[in-house]
Ligand binder design. Structure first.
Ligand code: NAI
Ligand code: MG
Length: 366
């Protein structure tokens, strides 16, 4: 069957960075004979302007029926005053919810030419390649009961509940084990089993699943606070980290900064395999719509291009083409080509478009 992609540029720099992805998609078609059925549609503020809502039903339907969705970014000052239900971000939340994307994959990959941009010493990050998997649809951000209540003595109390079921734990852990098999074969599972019941269950279920189906993978358990420390102390000890929604939010942001710029960070959110054998997946850069530089041709398109590389690897099983793109990124950086966000002394400052073109030149040379 033909490979289908739904492209949702969104707002701000979204359309600019997605434009460069389209170039790479065309390149894949011409030079590698890897063809995609690409459809483009609106999300976020762009959809609000056209339809009055941040994600039209027709767009949602398309998202549910393609192999992969690639999104730029949503949001911006123009829509900041809208009530929450009508904000651009709700478009993205609806996609995540209806596609049931429960595993958020955030690689922390250090590109050699950017080693000096890290907040750690070069020897700690050179060659770094970690994959953090954050559970995305459960845990304390969604658990009931939640709310703010007033007590009899007049004090107020804010409540959130951390809840995980066995199936929620097992499905995200399975994603981690499967990924580790394609990488260096190690999973570190993080919770706080020392002080949290949900953490006890998490550890039990991950251990059980490991014994049942993944005993070829090395499994290590680590308290999440220790993991936060180990990430800056000795980050290269990790291969795949799997953790809950809250700890994953924090640990993935921490790991992101090991490698420098927001403009370089891709991500994937994936869900279950459906009746047609497809695993639902949405790929997007970690950064937002960057209204401060939107429309100026300054945005770094590499995070979004690397997100497309993740789609090639995880949805389309074209790992060798994903490798090509990552290698081309490595080389373009090594040549000293830089957008403003990753600029360094002596390097060549280029626009979004020229970064995209330089990347194609590197792809041609590989
Ligand atoms: P942001 O990620 O858009 O920008 C933070 C800073 O990083 C800005 O100075 C920006 O210029 C810079 N930056 C981000 N991406 C860049 C790139 N590719 N190249 C060069 N520089 C880049 O986060 P911020 O400013 O907090 O949010 C701006 C808007 O984006 C808000 O409306 C927010 O809600 C939305 N947002 C959307 C996300 C999404 O669509 N997934 C995620 C985060 C924020
Ligand atoms: Mg965060």
């Amino acid at each position: 069957a033909n490979k289908s992609l739904l492209v949702l540029p969104g707002d701000g720099i979204g359309p600019e960075v997605i434009g460069e992805v389209r170039r790479v998609v065309d390149w894949m078609d011409k030079r590698r004979a890897v063809s995609f059925n690409v459809e483009e549609d609106l999300v976020g503020g762009a959809a609000i302007d056209k339809h009055g809502i941040p994600l039209a039903d027709a767009t949602m339907d398309k998202a549910l029926n393609v192999d992969a969705v690639i999104l730029g970014a949503v949001g911006g000052p123009k829509w900041d005053e809208l009530p929450f239900e009508r904000k651009p971000e709700r478009g993205l939340l609806r996609l995540r919810k209806e596609m049931q994307l429960y595993a958020n994959l955030r690689p922390a990959l250090c590109f050699e030419a950017l080693v000096e941009a890290s907040s750690l010493k070069p020897e700690f990050v050179s060659g770094l390649d970690i994959m953090i998997i954050r559970e995305l649809t459960g845990g304390v951000y969604f658990g009931e009961p939640r709310g703010i209540e007033t007590l009899e003595n007049g004090e107020r109390r804010g409540i959130n509940t951390q809840v995980y079921t066995t199936s929620e734990i097992r499905r995200v852990a399975a994603v981690a084990f499967e990924l580790a098999r394609k990488r260096r074969g190690k999973v570190t599972s993080c919770e706080k089993a020392n002080v949290m019941e949900s953490g006890v269950l998490w550890r039990q279920e991950v251990t059980k699943l490991h014994g049942e189906s993944f005993s070829d993978v090395e499994l290590e358990h680590m308290y999440a606070d220790n993991a936060a420390m180990q990430l800056v102390r000795q980050p290269k000890q990790f291969d795949v980290i799997v953790t809950d929604n809250l700890f994953g939010d924090i640990l993935s942001d921490e790991a992101a900064m090991l490698t420098g710029s927001l403009g370089m960070l891709p991500s994937a959110s994936i869900g279950d395999v459906d009746d047609t054998g497809r695993r639902k997946a949405l790929y997007e850069p970690v950064h937002g719509s960057a209204p401060d530089i939107a429309g100026e041709g300054k945005a770094n398109p590499l995070a979004t291009i690397l997100s497309f590389a993740m789609a090639l690897r995880y949805t389309f099983d074209h790992g060798e083409d994903a490798d090509l793109i990552e290698k081309a990124v490595q080389q373009v950086l090594a040549r000293g080509i830089r957008t403003a966000d990753i600029m360094s002394p002596g390097a060549t400052l280029v626009s979004t478009e020229d970064m995209g073109k330089a990347l194609l030149e590197e792809l041609d040379s590989l």
